[in-house]
Design a binder for this molecule. Structure first.
Ligand code: MG
Length: 255
């Protein structure tokens, strides 16, 4: 009887150890940034109409996120005070202090934001006037100085970063103000965490259509493919990419 018990135990041990050995699959090749970048065809260059001398004021039902005074509506990613520099009615990325985001969170919205890349041109491709607007803190609409500065088209100003290039290059010159008007529809999710309805974005830069109800496929990483992650309402987040991009006149209408 004792021998039989030992035999059963030994058999069980063998079965468990076989189960513990996971089946081996080939490793997925590690991705490089270049694998998700393409350079052709370049969108047409369209010269926008003349900029307004002063910022266009917010409509009556808008939530003003920056009116030239202070960053009281904003925080850093740790929930502490936003450290970017406020000056002359605008604010500018303070290199190395990290992204900033609105304290308030949003679902569907219409966002107006004005931005300016540094007048002094430095760097090329992605290294010139790079920042970004993250919708619900997740999906990056690229900000970049693309004035006579080629880059991969799905990383150009107004792209859904590493996904969808803009329909046009509508840049003003470095040092001049650009407007983004962004209409965003938040995703809904199934129980398994995948999209029931994907996020969508429409974007005008300086009055020129760049994204026309574009489906956002998922996250917008520098390396790798878009991933679908479940999330709820989220902030407007602005990117510290190390370049002194300035912002002014930011307002949002909840839809
Ligand atoms: Mg960026």
């Amino acid at each position: 009887m004792k021998h039989l018990n030992l035999l059963i135990l030994a058999s069980l041990a063998i079965v468990f150890s076989l189960n513990a050995q996971e089946k081996k699959y080939p490793q997925r090749a590690p991705m490089t940034p270049e694998m998700s970048e393409y350079w052709q065809p370049q969108p047409p260059v369209i010269t926008p109409g003349k900029a307004h001398e002063t910022a266009v004021p917010a409509p009556s039902d808008a939530i003003v996120l920056f009116d030239g005074e202070n960053l009281s509506q904003w925080e850093n990613s740790k929930g502490n005070a936003a450290e970017w520099t406020v000056h002359d009615g605008v604010f500018t990325v303070k290199r190395g202090t990290g992204d900033i985001q609105t304290k308030q969170k949003f679902n569907d919205f219409q966002l107006h934001i004005e931005w300016r890349s540094p007048q002094e041109v430095r760097g090329e491709s992605q290294g010139r006037g790079n920042s970004g607007v993250f919708l619900q803190g997740v999906y990056e609409i690229q900000i970049l100085d693309n004035y006579q500065n080629e880059t991969y088209v799905n990383g150009q100003a107004g792209s859904v970063y590493k996904q969808t290039p803009p329909l046009a290059n509508a840049m003003r010159k470095p040092g001049e103000w650009n407007t983004y008007d962004i209409i965003y529809t938040a995703p809904t999710f199934k129980k398994d965490g995948t999209y029931r309805t994907p996020p969508r974005v429409t974007l005008l830069q300086n009055g020129i259509l760049l994204q026309n109800n574009t489906i956002i496929l998922g996250t917008t990483p520098y390396i790798g493919f878009p991933e679908v992650i479940e999330h709820g309402e989220g902030p407007i987040r602005l990117q510290d990419h190390g370049d002194a991009v300035s912002f002014r006149n930011i307002w949002i209408r909840e839809l």
